[in-house]
Design a protein around this ligand. Structure first.
Ligand SMILES: Nc1ncnc2c1ncn2[C@@H]1O[C@H](COP(=O)(O)OP(=O)(O)OP(=O)(O)O)[C@@H](O)[C@H]1O
Length: 806
C-alpha cells in the first residue's frame, strides 16, 4: 500500500509537463533540406542566367513575349520562354537591373537551407536585399526619362510619384537619406565614425604636406643662389644643431623674419600630437564590437527577441471598457444643506457634552462623508470616541464611525453616510489612470476611498486576502470586482484562477473562460469546484505545484516568481531542463465556513501551508466567508492573511475576528467595506459589477481562440484507499485510535459521527471506518443503517488493540 502511494506520487510529479501544450512546428529532415536547398540554388542560377541574357536579348524577345505560352515561338533568351517571361516581369515591369539581387538572394537561401544555417540571418538578408533593390531602382529611375531596363517600371513610376510631390531636389535628398539610414542601421555608423574618418583624412593630408615640405627643404639649403631670407632660414636650422643649449644671446640676435620662420618649425611637433587621439578612438570601437556576441542568451535574444509567453494566444484581445455599464448617478453631488445640517448636529451634540471644536472640515465620498474635527485644547480623545452612539442618535443615521485620531493627521474623523449614495461603477475604476497605468503584478481596482480616489492594490504584495461579511452585503460583488480587474489587466498566459464555489451559483459564469484563465485537476470535468471533497484534492495539488515551483526557482537561482519569469523571458533558462514560464495562480474560495465545517483540518492544513509559503512562487489565496467566527477563521489562518476586507457584519465580535477591532459592524452595507493590510483601516466603497456585466466579459473572452484545455494542476492522489480489508496496521490513520474510542463509546459505527467529532472530511472518515472494519471493531456495511459495533466497551477495545501489537 505504501509503495502504491509513493508510485502514484511520482507519477503526479511527472504529469506536470503534460500541461504544456505542444507547439506546432514545420521541420525538414537533413535529406529534405539538401533537396530543397539545391533546388533553390539551381533556381537562383537559372534566374541569374535569364536576367543576364535578357539584358542582351530582351529587345528581340519583346515581340514574342505577348504570345506566352506558345511552344512554337522561338526565344533568344538563354532560358527560353520562362526565362524571357520572368525577366520581363522582374526587369522591365519590375525593378530593373537591381532585380539581379533577387537571383543572388535565391542562391543564398539555397546555401542556408542546405547547410542548415540560422534562418534569422537569412531573413535579414532578404529584408535588406529587398530594400536595396527598391532603393537602387528608384535611384536608377531618377536618372532615366523613360521606361528602361535600368530602373524598371517601378523605379520610373516611383520617381515620378515622389517628384510630383517633393520635386527633383526633394527626391534626391530622400534617396540620400535612405542611403544614410541604411549605412547607420546596417553598419552601425554613428556621427563619431564620420568624425574619425574626417580626422584621419585630415592627418593624411597633413602627412602629405609634411613630406612635400621636407622634400623641398634640401633644395633650399643647398641651393647656391640663396636669397637673404633663405640664408636666414639656414642659420635658424643650424643654431640648435651646432649649439644644443641655445643661449639668450643667440635668440636676441636674429632678425624678425628668422623668428617667424622658427615659429613655423616649432609648430610641427604640436600638430603631430593632435593626430594620435583620433587613432585611439578607432581602436576602441573595434573592441566593443568584438565583445558583444559572447553570451548565448544575449545571442538568442538578439536572434529571436525576448521569450513572449503570450505568443500562443498572440491575437487575444482584452475585453473593451464598453462591456461595463455606465451609471447615471455616478458623479458625486454636494448637498450643501445636508452638509450644513450634519455639521450643526455634530457641533451641537459635542457641545452638549462640553466639547468645543476649533475647526471642522468635510470630505465627501461616494457613500460616506468624513467630517474632520479639531477639538479645542485639553479635550480627551477617548471622550469623543465614547460619544459614537450619541452622535449616531442625533444624526439619526446608521453606520457612523468615529476615528480618533485619524492616523497621520492631528484630527478626529466622524464618518456619516450620505443620504443619497452614488454607485461606484466597475467601469469608472477600471478606466482610471491609476489602474490603467499601474505597473503592479496583479493589480486589483477595489473601488473608491472616502476622498473619492480610486483604490488600487497589488494582490501579489498582499499576498493573501481574507474577506468577510454578512450575507447580502456585497462579498460576491467584491470577488467579481477582483476577478474582473485581473481579467482587464492580465493575459491568459500570465494568470490562472482556481475557483471554489460551494454555493454553486456565484462563480458559474467564469466557466466560459475555462480554457483561457482557469486551472483544474487533470481528470476533473468542471474547472469550478463545487464539491467540497474535491477541494481537498485541489488544495493538495496546489501544494505539489508549490513544491515543484520552489524546485524550479532553486535550480534557476531565483528568489521569487518575478525574477524567475524575467530570467526565463531573457532566455537564460532552458525549457529542456524543466523550466517554463510560470503564470500566477489565484485561488478563490467563495464560502470558506462551509469548507471548514465539512472538512476541518484537511482543508485548514494545506491552506495554511500555501498561505505560509506560496507568496514567493506566485500562488495567492482569496478566501471569503459569511461567518467570520473563530472556528472558521482560526489563529493559524489569520496569522497568514495580513490583508483583510470586511463588509458589513452583524456583531462587534465578528468585526474583531476579521479586523482585530470594531468598525465592520458600523458599515452600511451594499459594498461599503473596510480594508486593512496590517495597520490602518481604509474605508472603501466597493466597485459594483453586476452579473450581466460579468457575463458579457466572460462571453467576450470565451468567444476567442483558447488553449486546448484549462491549465492543468499536478495530479494528486488522495487518501481514498477504497475498501481494502487487509489494511496494514502500520498504514492506519493517525486518528485511528481516537476514532475507535469514539465509535465504541457511542456504540454507533457511522462515518458521519467521526466527521463531526474529529472534524474530518468524508473520505478520511470513510477510510477510518474501513480500517475499523478490518480490525474487527465495526461490522460490515449495511446500506443506510449504521454499522454494528463489535466491541462492547473501552476496556475490550484496549485489550484488542494491545493484542494486535504483540
Ligand atoms: N459595491 C456595491 N455597490 C452597490 N450595490 C452593491 C454593491 N455590492 C453589493 N451591492 C448590492 O448588494 C446585493 C448583494 O450583494 P452580494 O450578492 O455581493 O452579497 P453577498 O455578500 O455575496 O451575499 P451572499 O453571501 O448571500 O451571496 C447586490 O445584489 C447589490 O444590489
Amino acid at each position: 500500500m505504501a509503495k502504491k502511494t509513493t508510485k502514484k506520487k511520482t507519477t503526479t510529479k511527472k504529469a506536470k509537463p503534460k500541461a504544456k501544450p505542444k507547439k506546432l512546428s514545420f521541420k525538414l529532415s537533413s535529406q529534405q533540406k539538401l533537396i530543397f536547398g539545391s533546388l533553390l540554388i539551381i533556381l537562383g542560377v537559372l534566374l541569374f542566367i535569364s536576367f543576364l541574357s535578357f539584358v542582351f536579348t530582351g529587345k528581340e524577345d519583346q515581340s514574342v513575349l505577348s504570345t506566352f505560352p506558345e511552344r512554337s515561338e522561338e526565344y533568344k533568351n538563354w532560358a527560353s520562354q520562362l526565362g524571357a517571361w520572368v525577366s520581363e516581369l522582374f526587369i522591365t515591369k519590375g525593378f530593373g537591373i537591381p532585380s539581379f539581387i533577387f537571383s543572388g538572394l535565391l542562391f543564398l537561401s539555397g546555401v542556408y537551407v542546405t547547410l542548415n544555417l540560422k534562418k534569422a540571418k537569412l531573413r535579414k538578408h532578404w529584408i535588406w536585399g529587398t530594400l536595396i533593390v527598391i532603393w537602387l531602382s528608384i535611384l536608377f529611375g531618377f536618372f532615366t526619362h523613360k521606361y528602361d531596363l535600368l530602373g524598371g517600371t517601378i523605379g520610373y513610376e516611383m520617381n515620378h510619384f515622389f517628384q510630383d510631390y517633393i520635386g527633383k531636389i526633394g527626391t534626391a535628398l530622400l534617396l540620400l537619406f535612405g542611403l544614410i539610414a541604411y549605412l547607420a542601421i546596417r553598419f552601425k555608423l554613428t556621427g563619431d565614425t564620420f568624425v574619425t574618418i574626417f580626422n584621419r583624412a585630415k592627418s593624411n593630408i597633413k602627412d602629405d604636406l609634411k613630406s612635400e615640405t621636407s622634400e623641398t627643404e634640401p633644395t633650399v639649403v643647398f641651393d647656391n643662389s640663396l636669397t637673404e631670407e633663405a640664408e636666414a632660414i639656414k642659420s635658424a636650422f643650424e643654431i640648435p644643431l651646432d649649439q644644443p643649449e641655445p643661449t639668450i644671446s643667440n635668440h636676441s640676435k636674429p632678425d624678425t623674419k628668422v623668428e617667424n620662420l622658427k615659429m613655423e618649425v616649432a609648430e610641427k611637433p604640436i600638430e603631430e600630437t593632435v593626430e594620435e587621439p583620433a587613432l585611439k578612438i578607432e581602436v576602441e570601437t573595434v573592441e566593443e564590437e568584438k565583445s558583444e556576441s559572447d553570451n548565448l542568451s544575449d545571442k538568442l535574444v538578439e536572434d529571436f527577441g525576448q521569450f513572449d509567453p503570450t505568443l500562443e494566444l498572440s491575437k487575444y484581445q482584452f475585453p473593451p471598457l464598453d462591456l461595463l455599464k455606465k451609471y447615471d448617478n455616478e458623479g458625486i453631488s454636494i448637498d450643501q444643506e445636508e452638509l450644513e445640517e450634519n455639521k450643526n448636529r455634530i457641533v451641537e451634540t459635542l457641545s452638549n457634552y462640553k466639547i468645543g471644536i476649533s475647526s471642522i472640515k468635510a470630505t465627501i465620498g461616494p457613500t460616506v462623508t468624513l467630517y474632520e474635527i479639531v477639538p479645542e485644547a485639553g479635550i480627551r480623545i477617548s471622550k469623543i470616541k465614547n460619544l459614537e452612539d450619541d452622535i449616531a442618535l442625533s444624526l439619526a443615521a446608521l453606520g457612523i464611525r468615529i476615528i480618533a485620531p485619524i492616523p497621520g493627521k492631528g484630527t478626529i474623523g466622524i464618518e456619516v453616510p450620505n443620504k443619497n449614495s452614488t454607485i461606484v461603477s466597475m467601469r469608472s475604476v477600471i478606466a482610471s489612470q491609476k489602474f490603467q497605468k499601474s505597473e503592479m503584478q496583479l493589480p486589483i481596482a477595489f473601488g473608491k476611498t472616502i476622498s473619492n480616489e480610486t483604490f488600487v492594490v497589488d494582490l501579489a504584495k498582499m499576498p493573501h486576502m481574507l474577506m468577510a461579511g454578512a450575507t447580502g452585503q456585497g462579498k460576491s460583488v467584491g470577488l467579481n470586482a477582483v476577478l474582473t480587474s485581473l481579467l482587464y489587466k492580465k493575459h491568459p498566459a500570465e494568470v490562472k484562477f482556481v475557483l471554489v464555489d460551494p454555493k454553486k451559483v456565484e462563480l458559474t459564469l467564469f466557466n466560459k473562460i475555462e480554457r483561457h484563465y482557469l486551472a483544474k485537476l487533470p481528470d476533473s470535468e468542471d474547472a469550478i469546484i463545487t464539491d467540497n471533497t474535491k477541494v481537498i484534492n485541489t488544495l493538495n495539488s496546489l501544494c505539489i505545484e508549490m513544491d515543484n515551483r520552489y524546485e524550479m526557482l532553486k535550480n534557476a537561482f531565483c528568489r521569487n516568481i518575478a525574477e524567475y519569469n524575467a530570467k526565463f523571458k531573457a532566455r537564460k533558462l532552458n525549457p529542456n531542463d524543466g523550466h517554463a514560464f510560470l503564470p500566477y495562480i489565484v485561488l478563490v474560495v467563495d464560502e470558506f465556513a462551509d469548507l471548514i465545517m465539512t472538512a476541518g483540518k484537511e482543508v485548514e492544513t494545506p491552506i495554511a501551508r500555501l498561505a505560509q509559503l506560496a507568496r514567493a512562487i506566485g500562488i495567492h489565496l482569496i478566501i471569503a466567508t459569511q461567518r467570520p467566527s473563530v472556528n472558521v477563521i482560526t489563529g493559524i489562518i489569520k496569522a497568514n492573511f495580513p490583508a483583510r476586507i470586511a463588509f458589513r457584519v452583524t456583531s462587534k465580535i465578528d468585526s474583531r475576528t476579521i479586523l482585530d477591532g470594531s468598525g465592520a459592524d458600523q458599515l452600511i452595507g451594499r459594498g461599503d467595506m473596510l480594508y486593512t493590510q496590517g495597520n490602518d483601516l481604509i474605508r472603501i466603497q466597493c466597485a459594483f459589477v453586476d452579473t450581466p456585466e460579468v457575463e458579457k466579459i466572460t462571453e467576450f473572452i470565451g468567444s476567442q481562440k483558447a488553449y486546448p484545455d484549462a491549465h492543468l494542476l499536478p495530479e494528486y492522489v488522495g487518501e481514498e484507499g477504497g475498501t481494502n480489508l487487509d489494511i496494514d496496521i502500520s498504514d492506519r490513520d493517525k486518528l485511528f485510535r481516537d476514532a475507535a474510542e469514539i465509535i465504541v463509546t457511542a456504540q454507533q459505527g457511522s462515518a458521519s459521527l467521526l466527521q463531526r467529532k474529529l472534524k474530518l472530511g468524508y473520505n478520511r472518515a470513510g477510510r477510518i471506518i474501513d480500517q475499523l472494519e478490518a480490525a474487527g471493531i465495526v461490522g460490515s456495511f449495511e446500506g443506510s443503517k449504521a454499522r454494528q459495533v463489535l466491541v462492547p466497551d473501552l476496556v475490550a477495545l484496549n485489550q484488542l488493540l494491545d493484542n494486535e501489537k504483540q
